[in-house]
Design a protein around this ligand. Structure first.
Ligand SMILES: Nc1ncnc2c1ncn2[C@@H]1O[C@H](COP(=O)(O)OP(=O)(O)O)[C@@H](O)[C@H]1O
Ligand SMILES: O=P(O)(O)OC[C@H](O)CO
Length: 509
């Protein structure tokens, strides 16, 4: 039996999964690593923690493979190829000679460059940036993070000019380490999250590099998401294994959900919510503050599934993290799943709304200065109402996202495919179907991120034949049908938008 090894480097943990030919998970290993919050609004990772945790889980996962291994553990690696998927936008800068990071990674959640983005906006650069990159000008994306590192790490700018430093998002950092510095590459889906990449030409853009003052010498090569880009150092796993698929985690989940046709859409309910809709083979400009992003880039003569696809994306910063706040901040529940019976203990939220703008608002409002708001409290408000309002806030943010998508595209949306840690919450999924007025479908395998990276690597190496074979592996766990009247649905969403308006522009700059 042979497998694909999927490396899923997430924001809070590194995971490795072995996937068999039927698209089933046969082994998993996971390791959390430290989150560093040196100042309010700053979020950092030690790139060495990212690498060592990822290597450890890869080895542990291979050692758990259900093949009869001869010799010592992972020395007879049963994986025929590796797929990489990763937290996106997080910015790493390292020394090309020593392979050592020159600073901690600046994580996608980090807001330290919000003012720099404001400045660029005042100078009138936003339209150009959006036209070329498909993105909105926000501290979330990599360019201002990289500029910050070059400006603040002593000597970094000069060393970068001398060609001594390498930049990468987490995929590029892992590829560098896995190949022992032989390959400095990122895939097009990750490149499309940097604010430096022209998604129409599929190339780094000199005008944007000038604008953000980034020397081209630090950039990785951009490679397709579905192609062999190199081999792992043989010492790591006992044999060289081809790295054959790479995609940012949300694009990988879209691939893993087999959203190969325009109009197919998935939503991942994790720390945040990330909704992506396949919009076809050319980028679709958003009129509703969504971002256009590369879904995946295939080889030139690819079959339909692996042909280059673009997506519209709505990124919501606080989803499952809102439930973590109920657990850790308010101590209202002892574990995340407890929110479901608590929220079900009341018939409705009693007109209470929780807008979880704890770190500002992402799509479609993009307000870095919005703050969390709990409104509508009366003497009759109970923990149940607040728990329900918290759950509803996740579904309502996703509703705003899908409404914006439907406003941008004329594509018919037949259903919403769901995944991520919070999609196991049946009440939340029913709320989602009700507020959207669209059926919600949950697959049996909800590890779609890891699955997507495995599928990309497996297609590149002939492990799977084509997209049709992959799409046939998608199996339904449960379908949630909308059951709310259109009038009630509209009233709910309108009331929520009133609450969102109250949360806007609250933080002082
Ligand atoms: N039953 C549940 N109901 C609501 N939220 C949940 C439930 N189970 C997990 N979560 C939330 O889902 C998140 C974990 O999902 P996961 O996909 O592992 O996130 P990530 O990949 O972003 O770390 C946590 O924020 C947690 O609060
Ligand atoms: O690591 P996750 O699953 O929280 O995903 C992070 C996203 O890629 C950020 O854009």
């Amino acid at each position: 039996m042979r497998y694909i090894l999927s490396l899923d480097q997430g924001t809070t943990s590194s995971r490795a999964l072995l996937i068999d030919h039927a698209g089933q998970i046969v082994a998993v290993a996971q390791k959390e690593f430290p989150q560093l919050f040196p100042r309010p609004g700053w979020v950092e990772h030690d790139p060495e923690d990212i690498w060592t945790s990822q290597l450890a889980v890869a080895r542990a996962c291979l050692a758990r493979a259900p093949t009869s291994l001869v010799g010592n553990g992972y020395s007879r690696a049963p994986a025929i190829a590796i797929g990489i998927t990763n937290q996106r936008e997080t910015t790493v800068l390292w020394d090309r000679i020593t392979g050592k990071p020159v600073a901690r990674a600046i994580v996608w959640q980090d807001r330290r460059t919000a003012e720099r983005c404001d400045q660029l906006r005042r100078e009138g650069h936003e339209a150009l940036i959006q036209r070329k990159t498909g993105l909105v000008l926000d501290a979330y994306f990599s360019a201002t993070k990289l500029q910050w590192l070059l400006d603040h790490v002593p000597g970094a700018r000069q060393r970068a000019r001398n060609g001594e430093l390498a930049f990468g998002t987490v995929d590029a950092w892992l590829i560098w380490k896995l190949t022992n510095g032989r390959v400095h590459a990122t895939d097009a889906s990750n490149a499309s999250r940097t604010l430096l990449f022209d998604i129409h030409r599929m190339a780094w853009d000199e005008e944007l590099l000038d604008l953000f003052d980034i020397p081209a010498s630090v950039l990785p090569a951009v490679v397709p998401s579905c192609a062999v880009l190199g081999e792992t150092d043989p010492d790591l796993f006992g044999a060289a294994v081809p790295i054959a698929g790479v995609a940012g985690d949300q694009q990988a989940a879209t691939f893993g959900q087999a959203c190969f046709e325009p109009g197919m859409v998935k939503n991942t309910y994790g720390t945040g919510c990330f909704m992506l809709m396949n919009t076809g083979t050319v980028p679709m400009a958003s009129q509703n503050k969504l971002v256009a992003t590369v879904g995946w880039q295939g080889p030139a003569a690819a079959e339909p599934a692996t042909r280059t696809a673009y997506c519209l994306e709505a990124s919501v910063f606080m989803a499952g993290a809102t439930i973590q706040w109920l657990r850790d901040g308010l101590k209202m529940i002892a574990s995340a799943p407890e929110v479901e019976p608590l929220a079900a203990s009341v018939a409705d939220s009693g007109d209470v709304y929780l807008v979880p703008a704890f770190t500002g608002l992402g799509a479609p409002d993009w307000d870095a200065y919005a703050r969390g708001t709990l409104i509508g409290l009366t003497r009759g408000t109970t923990r149940g109402h607040i728990a329900r309002a918290a759950l509803e806030s996740i579904a309502l943010q996703a509703t705003d996202a899908l409404t914006a998508m439907m406003g941008d595209s004329s594509l018919a949306i037949r259903e919403l495919r769901v995944d991520g840690g919070a999609c196991g919450n049946d009440l939340l999924m029913q709320m989602q179907a009700d507020f959207l007025g669209v059926p919600v479908v949950r697959p049996q395998v909800t590890e779609t991120t890891a699955l997507g990276a495995a599928y990309l690597a497996g297609l590149a190496t002939g492990f799977w034949a084509d997209g049709t074979e992959i799409a046939s592996q998608w199996a339904l766990d449960r379908r949630f049908e909308p059951s709310m009247s259109e009038t009630a649905r509209r009233a709910k969403v309108d009331r929520w938008r009133e609450a969102v308006a109250r949360s806007r522009a609250w933080a002082r700059t």
